[in-house]
Design a protein around this ligand. Structure first.
Ligand SMILES: Cc1ncc(COP(=O)(O)O)c(C=O)c1O
Length: 364
C-alpha cells in the first residue's frame, strides 16, 4: 500500500509553492556574499522600536498568545476606523486565504482569478479540492474586469484579485474596481488582496474599506510582511462585514497569530516614520532600476508594488547565472511570463550590485 493511495487525490496533485531561494541555501552551496531580491520583502530590518518590543516579549514565551489579539485588534480598529469585529488576524495573508477557502469552498466549487497572479491562489484551492478558473488575460499587463466577470458561474465562490498584482506589479483603478464590486453576483466573495497597498503611487487607487461597508460578500487582505518588514513573523489581517469575519473566526486555529507577531505588529503599525522611510527608499530603488533598464534598452512593466518585471533574453539562464554571482532574483517562466525576471527593489547598494551583474551577464 502506497501512502499516496491513502492521501486525498487533490493533495497528491498539488504542486508545492516555489519561493525565492533562501540566502542560507545559496551560502550552503558555496556562494558567499549573497543578496536576495526575490521575495518582495522590505530591504531593511524592522525598526529599533519593534526589535525592543519583541525582545521584551520573549520572557513570556511560556504562555500561549492572546487568541483574540485584543491589543492589536484595538490598534487596527483605531487606524482603520472599523469596529474590531470587522477585523480578522491571521498568520500572514497566506493563512487568511486558506481559511477563506476552508469556509467557502467545497469539492468542485470554483475560484476565478486572473493569471498570472499570486502563486498561493491555485495552491489553497487545490488543497481544499476546489477548482481554479484562471482567466488568462489577453494582455497580462492590462487588467480586464469584463473578462473576469464573464468567467463567473453558479459554482464560483471566490474571486481573487491581487491589487497591485504579483508578479506583474500592475494595479486596478478605482473605477474598474467599483464596477467589479457592483457587478459581481452576490454569491461570489470578492477577495481583494492588497499586500502591496502601501507602495501604490497612482492617485485613483480603490478605497477598499468603502467596499467593506457596501458589499457583504467582500473581504480585503493586508499584510505586515511587506512595508512593515515582518515577513519572518507571519502576520496579516482581513477587513470585512462582521458576519463574514465571524465565519472566518470559526475556522481558524485558536492561537494562529503568535505573541511576538502581535507585539511587533502593534509597534510597526504606529511607526509611521519607518513606513515612510521604506516607501521612499523603495520608490527610489524602483526609479533607479527602471532608469537603468531604459539605458540598457530592456523592456519593463511599470510597477505599483515594490518589485519590477524586466524583459531579458533567456531569463531562466540569466537567473541561474546571477545566482552564481550571489544575486537572487526570479525568472517568471512558470507564470507564463517567459523572458521576464522579477526583481524586488532593495537597498541602493543591492540595486547597484544587481545592475552591475546584469550588465556583465548581458554584455552591455
Ligand atoms: C499578492 C500577495 N498576497 C499575499 C502574499 C502573502 O503575504 P503573507 O506574507 O502575509 O502571507 C503575497 C506575498 O508575496 C503576495 O504577493
Amino acid at each position: 500500500m502506497k501512502l499516496t493511495d491513502l492521501a486525498n487525490a487533490h493533495v497528491c496533485e498539488l504542486k508545492p509553492y516555489q519561493g525565492g531561494k533562501p540566502i542560507e541555501e545559496l551560502q550552503r552551496e558555496g556562494v558567499g556574499d549573497v543578496i536576495k531580491l526575490a521575495s518582495n520583502e522590505a530591504p531593511h530590518p524592522p525598526s529599533e522600536k519593534v526589535i525592543n518590543a519583541v525582545q521584551a516579549a520573549l520572557k513570556d514565551l511560556n504562555r500561549y498568545p492572546d487568541g483574540g489579539s485584543y491589543e492589536l485588534r484595538r490598534a487596527l480598529s483605531e487606524k482603520l476606523r472599523l469596529p474590531g469585529e470587522q477585523i480578522f488576524l491571521g498568520a500572514g495573508s497566506d493563512e487568511i486565504l486558506e481559511v477563506l477557502v476552508k469556509v467557502f469552498v467545497g469539492p468542485g466549487d470554483e475560484a476565478v482569478y486572473p493569471w498570472p497572479s499570486f502563486a498561493m491562489y491555485p495552491i489553497v484551492m487545490q488543497g481544499m479540492g476546489g477548482r481554479s478558473v484562471q482567466v488568462k488575460l489577453e494582455d497580462p499587463f492590462t487588467p480586464d474586469v469584463d473578462q473576469l466577470l464573464s468567467a463567473v458561474t453558479k459554482r464560483t465562490k471566490l474571486l481573487f484579485l491581487a491589487n497591485p498584482n504579483n508578479p506583474t506589479g500592475v494595479s486596478i483603478a478605482a473605477a474598474d474596481f467599483e464596477r467589479l464590486v457592483n457587478e459581481l453576483p452576490e454569491h461570489v466573495i470578492l477577495v481583494h488582496d492588497e499586500a502591496y497597498l502601501e507602495y501604490v503611487r497612482r492617485t485613483d487607487f480603490p478605497r477598499s474599506l468603502d467596499a467593506v461597508a457596501k458589499r457583504p460578500a467582500f473581504v480585503t487582505l493586508r499584510t505586515f510582511s511587506k512595508i512593515y518588514g515582518l515577513a519572518g513573523l507571519r502576520i496579516g489581517y482581513a477587513a470585512a462585514d462582521a458576519e463574514l469575519i465571524q465565519l472566518l473566526e470559526r475556522a481558524r486555529h485558536p492561537f494562529n497569530v503568535n505573541s511576538l507577531a502581535q507585539v511587533a505588529a502593534i509597534v510597526a503599525l504606529s511607526d509611521e516614520d519607518h513606513v515612510q522611510k521604506i516607501r521612499k527608499l523603495t520608490h527610489e530603488g524602483l526609479d533607479t532600476l527602471e532608469q537603468a533598464f531604459r539605458e540598457l534598452g530592456l523592456g519593463y512593466v511599470k510597477s505599483d508594488a515594490n518589485f519590477v518585471l524586466v524583459k531579458v533574453p533567456d531569463a531562466g539562464e540569466v537567473q541561474q547565472r546571477l545566482l552564481q554571482r550571489g544575486v537572487i532574483t526570479r525568472a517568471m517562466g512558470a507564470f507564463g511570463l517567459d523572458g521576464y525576471l522579477r526583481v524586488t527593489a532593495g537597498l541602493p547598494a543591492e540595486n547597484r550590485r544587481f545592475l552591475d551583474m546584469l550588465r556583465l551577464e548581458l554584455g552591455r
